[in-house]
Design a protein around this ligand. Structure first.
Ligand code: ASP
Length: 315
């Protein structure tokens, strides 16, 4: 007997994930997909599932989100997150926060209680305090791997664009039993960026989008490229035009490549729970689970072919 379809797909960043880090990326994504699917199975909303999955990834130091984030040129974490409710098209997002362990949780509070959509920096942190969310010491979010990477950067030991690493933004898209979709992202951004830099990840319609009439999308890659083509919206428009989830993701990547010579990874979930994955970077850490599957499946490369190494765009 057919019942409602529930589904979640998560990503843990694109680019060239070093081979020794791939198992951790895969495991983290699988755990997040299971967490999100568990929320959906228990009757939770798509928003609940996206937030639960992303919180798990923010806690996992493997990823460039929450604890484990890359460091800015100033040597501190600089966190962004955003969340969209496909039922209402309401958005909550925060950018440039330093003392928030779970930026996606704060993004949800912005969505539900602020009357605004995007809060940045000090204002966002003050709002967190006012709403009863505890702030943390920024150092508690810094892991030794990133301390070492930053020391290498200061010492001039990071020589090539690909040495920057840490392109491990996380995101999720979910469909709940009521047929509602939500999508979101959380990131520490790109390593050694200028203080105040904001990429695509917290920007609705760019790094993520959800519309329950069509589908949801979350993107990962260089924000400077993704911002210029509103990548998530490109995939949503393709879905609206009748493309299936995989083709919608590939069409968006085609626009990115043709328009700004950019590369990225996308996860797409349509309103029927069909998953689309595509990346033009070497890797895309991902996992998904939908009704009818006994467990989540995932990996660091989607079924689509990779088209070569990633490059940091010039400033
Ligand atoms: N898109 C993120 C940013 O530019 C980075 C990433 O996806 O890894 O901040």
């Amino acid at each position: 007997m057919d019942g409602p379809i529930q589904a979640i797909v998560v990503h843990g960043g694109a680019w060239s994930i070093p081979s020794e880090a791939r198992a951790a990326h895969r495991a983290g994504c699988l755990a997040a997909a299971e967490r999100g699917f568990g929320v959906l199975s228990a009757g939770g909303s798509a928003l609940d599932a996206v937030v639960a999955a992303i919180e798990l990834l923010e806690d996992d130091p493997t990823f460039d989100a929450g604890r484990g984030s890359v460091l800015s040129a100033e040597g501190r974490v600089q966190l962004d997150a955003g969340l969209m409710d496909g039922r209402t098209l309401h958005v909550g997002a925060v950018a440039n926060v330093h003392r928030v362990a779970h930026p996606i949780r704060l993004a949800r509070v912005v969505l539900e209680r602020s009357g605004h959509h995007l809060l940045v920096g000090e204002g966002a942190e003050q709002f967190a305090i006012a709403q009863g969310l505890a702030l943390v010491e920024p150092d508690s979010l810094v892991v030794d791997r990133e301390r070492q990477r930053y020391a290498d950067f200061l010492a001039g030991r990071i020589a090539t664009e690909d040495d920057f690493g840490g392109h491990d933004t996380v995101g999720a898209v979910a469909l709940d039993g009521d047929g509602q979709l939500a999508a979101g992202n959380s990131t520490g951004g790109v390593a050694f960026s200028l203080p105040g830099r904001v990429g695509d990840a917290p920007v609705p319609g760019v790094g993520y989008v959800a519309d329950s009439r069509t589908g949801g999308v979350a993107c990962t890659g260089w924000g400077e490229h993704i911002l210029r083509v509103a990548l998530a919206t490109r995939a949503l428009i393709a879905l609206e035009g009748g493309a299936d989830a995989g083709d919608a993701a590939r069409e968006a990547l085609g626009v990115l490549e043709r328009s700004v010579q950019g590369r990225a990874g996308l996860i797409v979930l349509d309103r029927h729970g069909r998953v689309g994955l595509a990346h033009s970077t070497q890797c895309l850490a991902h996992a998904y689970r939908r009704t009818g599957m006994t467990e989540a499946v995932g990996g660091t490369e989607a079924a689509t072919a990779s088209s070569g190494p990633s490059r940091r765009p010039p400033r």
